[in-house]
Design a protein around this ligand. Structure first.
Ligand code: GRG
Length: 327
């Protein structure tokens, strides 16, 4: 899915993202061309650039006319995308993932040790850029990296546990996903020189959008095809990560049948049975309602912002998110 389908209401974005792309690639050049190649691997493999797109759009919410994007805004976007990339390098090692962005993962090509170090290198470059944007942004990005780790550790603690609570799930996705989307928007507001109240509204928007974004991602893991996902359907189930639709199905009439299948490694047949059970309950519908709750909250945060092409783009991106899970 192209980013422009998220933020197409902002006509300047395509050009701004092209500028960002060059800065992103330049930001990971190392002394050693071998490390540069590894650090560029997932950048050149694609990705939607949702987070830098939100940084740029957030910085522009008071602009009615076409104004060239400021370098600090672009570099803020580069820093958030580098943190996202670093987390993907580490996540793929943890999941032993073979494919990312439809390309062999870094760990699959160069092995786990190199993938971890290259991920660290991306985080280091993100931190250096954040420091050049001032102490507030440096502190914010450092805190966000910590929140990603906290969210991921919480998820790890509940793998293969059908007793995982919905509260624990929400806390985990707030850390591993919503915190970076929230920070992407906040950095856009800060580098765009916006008023504190506006920056806070954008931060809240990013958090709520991020919550909806991860719930939709988790719904798709249950309902989408392997072709659409680029990985096996029910991959989270296989890895023992019981997401919201699974937890809600466990509370249903079919919950005890599902419970009997979970808590251990699944072969393809059991995975398909579990998916069949989940799909035959109202769990997906209920999870969608939860995504909708967060999407409405996200849009409520935008209500008091000035109407502009960028504000409209953030509204449209939120609506687009829900359409994905409702088809
Ligand atoms: C070292 C920063 C750091 C973190 C360590 C591994 C880890 C802790 C966190 C993992 C967090 C993670 C992978 C969350 C999933 C977030 C998510 C929904 C990713 C997919 O985002 P998209 O759809 O992907 O924006 P593209 O490829 O389009 O960029």
């Amino acid at each position: 899915m192209a980013l422009l389908s998220h933020l197409s209401a902002l006509p300047t974005l395509e050009n701004d993202l092209a500028l960002l792309e060059t800065k992103l690639e330049n930001s990971v050049v190392a002394k050693d061309p071998y490390l540069t190649e590894i650090a560029k691997h997932l950048i050149t493999a694609g990705g939607k650039r949702v987070r830098p797109g939100f940084t740029i759009a957030s910085s522009a919410i008071e602009q009615q006319d076409t104004i060239p994007v400021a370098v600090d805004v672009l570099m803020g976007g580069v820093a958030v995308e580098l943190v996202h990339l670093g987390s993907l390098y580490h996540d793929d090692v943890m999941d032993e993932a073979e494919i990312r962005r439809n390309t062999p993962s870094v760990n699959a090509v160069w092995g786990n040790h190199t993938a971890i170090l290259a991920g660290d290198f991306l985080l280091a470059r993100a931190s250096e850029i954040a420091a050049s944007l001032g102490t507030e942004i440096a502190g914010l990005l450092a805190r966000t990296i910590g929140e990603l780790c906290e969210g991921q550790i919480l998820e790890l603690q509940s793998t293969f546990k059908p007793s995982r609570t919905e509260e624990s799930y929400e806390q985990s996705i707030a850390g591993k996903t919503a915190s970076l989307l929230s920070t992407a928007c906040r950095i856009g507001g800060l580098t765009g020189g916006l008023e504190r109240d506006t920056v806070d509204q954008l931060t809240d928007f990013g958090h709520s959008y991020g919550m909806a974004f991860q719930i939709v991602d988790d719904i798709l893991d249950v309902i989408a095809t392997e072709d659409q996902l680029g990985k096996p359907t029910g991959n989270d189930l296989i890895e023992g990560v019981y997401t919201l639709p699974v937890l809600l199905a466990l509370e249903s009439d079919l919950g005890s049948q599902l419970h009997d299948l979970l808590g251990k490694e699944l072969d393809t047949k059991s995975r398909d049975r579990a998916l069949g059970l989940i799909r035959s309950t109202d769990a997906v519908e209920k999870a969608f309602d939860r995504a909708q709750y967060w999407a409405l909250k996200a849009k409520a945060s935008l209500e008091s912002l000035p109407p502009s092409p960028a504000t409209n783009a953030l509204f449209a991106a939120t609506n687009h998110l829900l359409e994905q899970a409702h088809n």
